[in-house]
Ligand binder design. Structure first.
Ligand SMILES: [Mn+2]
Length: 468
């Protein structure tokens, strides 16, 4: 895939607008993709000697926002919000977003302010799998000649789960990936053994987090150690990481996992097993060998940890190159974040067995006291403690007396064609809330008194759709 001609012309225009602006504000989203977008834009502006303000925000603060600068740039958000309501004569707006746009490509015509929206969906390019916010910002950087930022574009796409459908990057993401490889920033190993924590977690720990299917090794390091011993890998449990394994050793682990998973999944799921444990791995070659920044998945987790704790600027400074002060802060934020996750998970899984309630087609828990920002991550981690054949839904109360709902499920269910993001959007709106997201990781906000109606409707919606 190439950048369409019209889209390329938009990038040329965006560059001109930026070169001619002196008073600039950037709004970006609070997740890994948004933080990467902000870091790329901020680097462009620094290199162009353009003083600028940058703010990471939730989508809900954007509607009818007051524009207070000569040029306002929105990245990884803006397309779906009413950001032009208060645009004044002579102001300039640039949007770089991959979410469904409210406004058409010709919206800019006959306005007394400058409006430029770069959105792949205006050009027939899928924004879920072919390019995300950070990628769109990278192409702007490339227009300025800053191809060295390609690796941040790759990181944003990992964080945005753009490769979940096929396990590989496609479309415009493939161009970014190639730029990063050509520049010597990225090593891509296709069809590598894909287990989270390849660089920092001892393999026996990393394997114990396997939760797409409940295996003997799930949450059981005694069992993972026994298996590695059986395979003749890391026999002394000397905390070898996946990265330190030879290809032959990785092959043995792969075989063993296939064998274990085959025993517990129904026949129709067997063909999806390799997808669960094989995938492309991404290594950032400029990072220290032992650093958690070296593996793209681990790097993106750290970015998200910052987003969940309103420390996006720390994450952005690390991306922009500060590997001293900001990196220290990033490590301490990640550590606190992991502690908060662990204590939240304990609350739900330990002691009273009845906290995870199973219905016919789903299971749920009340995460009272769990911060809304982390309930999604917690829900995903609880999947390893319950029935993988059904989705798990976590609830927690928000500040304004609503309920935040998070859903996670085994990747096997999404490979089988269920898109929970679409289902949760429908059910949430039926009970007066709103929601959406990915096939296997999504969420919603609903009125607090609608919880049981939401659960009943969701449960019926899934009739006949899950594994029996
Ligand atoms: Mn995004």
């Amino acid at each position: 895939m190439q950048i369409p001609q019209l889209m390329h012309e938009q990038y040329v225009q965006a560059r001109e607008i930026i070169e001619n602006a002196e008073d600039i504000k950037v709004y970006s989203h609070i997740d890994c993709d948004g933080i990467c977008s902000g870091a790329i834009l901020s680097t462009i502006l620094d290199r162009q000697n353009k003083p600028h303000e940058i703010e990471f925000v939730n989508l809900d603060v954007l509607d009818d926002i007051e524009l207070t600068h000569e040029l306002t740039i929105f990245s990884d958000l803006g397309s779906g919000q009413n950001i032009t309501t208060n645009a004044k004569n002579g102001q300039k707006i640039i949007i770089l977003d991959h979410h469904p746009p409210l406004r058409d490509l010709d919206y800019k015509d006959d306005k007394d302010y400058t409006y430029l929206e770069i959105n792949p969906l205006h050009h027939g390019i899928d924004g879920s799998y072919y390019v995300c916010g950070g990628g769109l910002c990278y192409f702007l950087a490339k227009e300025f000649g800053y191809s060295d930022l390609s690796w941040i574009g790759v990181l944003s796409a990992i964080g945005d789960m753009q490769n979940t459908k096929t396990g590989h990057f496609e479309g415009l993401n493939e161009i970014i990936q190639q730029d990063a490889i050509d520049g010597g920033y990225l090593e891509l190993i296709e069809n590598d053994l894909n287990i989270y924590g390849r660089n920092t977690r001892p393999l026996f720990v990393a394997l114990s987090y396997f939760s797409d299917v409940k295996l003997p090794i799930t949450n059981n390091t005694t069992e993972t150690m026994a298996i590695l011993e059986e395979l003749g890998i890391d026999e002394k449990h000397n905390r070898k990481t996946l990265n330190e394994l030879t290809m032959e050793e990785k092959g043995k682990v792969f075989q063993k996992l296939v064998e274990m998973i085959s025993k517990v999944v129904p026949g129709r799921y067997v063909r999806y097993i390799p997808q669960l444990i094989i995938g492309d791995s991404y290594t950032f070659l400029k990072e220290d060998e032992e650093s958690f920044l070296r593996d793209a998945s681990e790097f993106s987790t750290a970015m998200n940890a910052c987003g969940r704790n309103h420390e996006e600027v720390v994450a952005m400074e690390v991306l922009k190159g500060d590997r001293i002060i900001a990196l220290d802060e990033l490590e301490s934020i990640s550590k606190t974040h992991r502690y908060n996750l662990a204590t939240s998970i304990e609350k739900v899984t330990e002691g009273d067995e009845t906290k995870i309630i199973e219905m016919e087609n789903l299971q749920y828990f009340d995460g009272d006291g769990i911060k809304p920002e982390i309930v999604g991550t917690v829900t995903g981690m609880i999947l390893g403690h319950c029935n993988w054949k059904k989705p798990i839904i976590g609830f927690t109360q928000t500040d304004n007396d609503g309920l935040k709902v998070s859903l996670r499920c085994s990747r096997l269910l999404s490979y089988d064609g269920i898109h929970f993001g679409n289902i949760i959007r429908k059910i949430a709106s039926e009970v007066g809330g709103s929601g959406g997201g990915h096939a296997m990781a999504c969420g919603a906000y609903i009125p607090i008194d609608k919880k049981s109606e939401f659960l009943d409707r969701f449960n019926s919606e899934l009739n006949g759709k899950l594994i029996n």
